[in-house]
Design a protein around this ligand. Structure first.
Ligand code: DI6
Ligand code: FE
Length: 389
């Protein structure tokens, strides 16, 4: 194991038992009791933990290619949203889709991630904004974890946008739809965490605080889309509530980084959205480094601001656009990403960790981050089982 990163160096061995890692280290140090075990040569391949995509909206119906064209002609993301497009256009399509449709439309995007070594995937609701569709999205998310060899962690994102039937009445939406839907989804075992969108086009910090109070009452961890398009105080709100992560953070400040460090809230960076929206202000990476805030890199896979189904490309963008090092990008898609999901059993190659591994036809971790569009995955191991992707 290379202490500078989450990968195995050459002449290394790894011992698995059932779904766990039993031992890893230099081949020469392999304990005698493991020498006779059934073994598979890896032929010098690079081994890393399976990747973890800690922020996606991968369950949704339809697409918004028309908005992409409108933005090319000068319309802004916020203008499109305020005119009833944006998130609300995906809400219309998602409300009209069955659970089977949602699963069928999500699977090609999921498969693209798995083909790049992803073994754990966070999936949000948030395109229903009514009771039934929010729950349907979460059921579709759970089904992805049954239909593919991947661990799915769900986030309830009922506070993503105010639906048209509550236009101008966000508090009534929260009280009458969002909070009751959260309680119902939780009682069905559909919710692993609670998320919200704190932004001028979505919910205020005061409204998000009410959502977080409800999450605490239900015993659920929280996270927040914060400081993406403006600075509203979402990052500090998230920190005050002990959030697992604050996400986006382009407009976050040094003080926000300090508050996040104090509360143990990780910073999830989403360069796919920054790139797609042609944003100018990058998140304060130096402040996160100075304060020791772990940085996560995720795709934000969604039909509007980040139509991205490649975590390796997100890692490349985090390096190229935000200035992360290769090692930071790897930690951001493995160990730190596990932390953003509240999971301590994955994200590194160490005894006791889940045997979720990616085997690559590559010589170095940097090679995987620098090439664009290649899929050099040789195989993936999920919970000790070899998978085709
Ligand atoms: N921030 C995002 O980047 C996505 N949601 C959010 O709160 C965008 C979702 C979309 O445009 O459909
Ligand atoms: Fe998002």
């Amino acid at each position: 194991m290379d202490p500078s990163g989450p990968w195995l160096l050459s002449d290394a061995a790894i011992v698995l038992k059932a779904d766990r890692i039993l031992w890893s280290g230099p081949m020469a140090d392999l304990p005698p009791e493991h020498r006779e075990a059934e073994s598979r040569p890896l032929d010098g391949r690079l081994v890393t933990p399976a990747l973890i995509d800690a922020h996606t909206h991968i369950v949704h119906a339809g697409h918004r290619a028309g908005e992409f064209e409108a933005r090319l002609e000068g319309a802004s993301y916020e203008e499109i949203a305020r005119a009833g497009g944006g998130i609300l256009s995906t809400v219309r399509a998602t409300r009209a889709a069955s659970e089977d449709d949602l699963v069928a439309q999500a699977l090609p995007r999921v498969d693209a991630l798995l083909a790049e070594g992803v073994g754990t995937l966070e999936v949000k609701s948030g395109y229903g904004l009514d009771h039934d569709t929010e729950l349907r999205m979460l059921r579709a998310a759970r089904r992805i974890g049954e239909e593919r060899p991947v661990t799915v962690r769900t986030s309830f994102l009922g506070a993503h946008a105010v639906p048209p039937e509550f236009k101008g009445h966000p508090d009534a939406y929260l009280d009458e739809v969002c909070l009751p839907a959260l309680r119902a989804a939780h009682s069905e075992g559909l919710v692993d965490a609670v998320d919200g969108f704190c932004e001028g086009i979505a919910f205020t910090p005061g409204q998000i605080a009410r959502l977080f109070d409800e999450a605490r009452a239900l015993g659920l961890p929280v996270k927040l889309h914060a400081e993406q398009l403006s600075h509203l105080g979402g990052a500090q709100l998230a920190a005050r509530h002990g959030a697992l992560s604050a996400d986006h953070l382009e407009y976050a400040t040094d003080d926000d980084a300090k508050a996040m460090a104090a509360s143990g809230t990780v910073a999830t960076l989403l360069p796919g959205a920054f790139y797609t929206l042609k944003e100018r202000q990058a998140p304060p990476v130096a402040a996160f480094r100075d304060q020791g805030v772990p940085m996560v890199v995720a795709t934000d896979c969604n039909p509007g601001s980040s139509p991205l189904s490649s975590l390796l490309l997100a890692m490349n963008m985090a390096c190229t656009l935000f200035g992360l090092t290769v090692q930071e990008s790897w930690l951001g898609a493995t160990a730190h990403a596990a932390r953003a999901l509240g999971l301590s059993d994955r994200g590194s190659i160490a005894p006791g960790q889940r045997a979720d591994l990616a085997l690559w036809d590559a010589e170095s971790p940097a090679e995987l981050v620098y090439r664009l569009g290649q899929r050099p995955l040789h195989a993936r191991i999920h919970g000790g089982q070899w998978c085709r992707s």
